[in-house]
Design a protein around this ligand. Structure first.
Ligand code: FMN
Length: 200
């Protein structure tokens, strides 16, 4: 038996994953950063292959991870996590600073950033896992890191009870309607209808 809800018992953080290709910066929200070794310092990220950020990392082999803190407003999650880099220039208004590798990191609502240089990657289906050497790691503040559970409970707005629909348990996207189509896939995070639950 596989109870998909058991997967939600795994705890995660929340991060802005950023990349740069030529003069173009981009970034998205991910919850899938893991330190895998400390000698040498290495980490993995799991990124949806449809994400603009994923395609940039596939080409350049470089990324930054900015560790978000509990005071992060929902607008930041929306900005990086609910918009696609192919349609919007998320760094158009000059936010963020540059790390040693020349990529942007987020300096507000964050407590650290890590720079990664990809040494391997695995195609896992919907997502690609990148294994990377940590080339820079800097503390920015003492604020507590936001967990995925904290985001779900305290930052993500609660859907209006009057609206009929289904909410994606992974990213919080709301599908409005009486029934979810059989082959429905979340337009934000790419998860299927089994990861949606009816709004009550
Ligand atoms: C809370 C939250 C967690 C997310 N976690 C991931 C993740 O771990 N991996 C991923 O590829 N996308 C994740 N996403 C979805 C991307 O941030 C989203 O699809 C984004 O619009 C992609 O932007 P891009 O196409 O500019 O790269 C998450 C979104 C939210 C709101």
């Amino acid at each position: 038996m596989i109870d998909n809800n058991a997967m939600f018992k795994i705890s995660y953080g929340l991060f802005v994953l950023s990349a740069k290709e030529g003069e173009r910066d981009n970034g998205c929200i991910i919850n899938t950063v893991t330190q895998v070794t400390y000698a040498p310092q290495r980490m993995t990220i799991a990124v949806n292959k449809e994400n603009y950020t994923c395609k940039m990392i596939e080409k350049t082999g470089l990324f930054n991870v900015s560790v978000l803190t509990e005071d992060v407003p929902f607008s930041i999650i929306q900005h990086y996590g609910f918009q696609r880099g192919g349609q919007v220039d998320k760094f158009a208004d000059g936010q963020g600073l540059r790390s040693e590798n020349g990529l942007k990191y987020i300096d507000k609502y964050t407590n650290a950033y890590l720079s990664g240089k990809v040494i391997d990657s695995v195609d896992c289906g919907s997502h690609r896992i990148f294994l990377a050497d940590v080339t820079e790691a800097v503390i920015l503040s003492d604020s507590p890191s936001v967990t995925y559970a904290y985001y779900q409970d305290h930052i993500k707005p609660k859907p209006e009870k009057k609206v009929k629909g289904y909410v994606c348990k992974v990213c919080g996207y709301v599908y409005e309607g009486d029934s979810l189509p059989q082959d429905y896939v979340c337009p934000i995070c790419g998860h299927g209808r089994e990861d949606f639950e009816p709004m009550v």
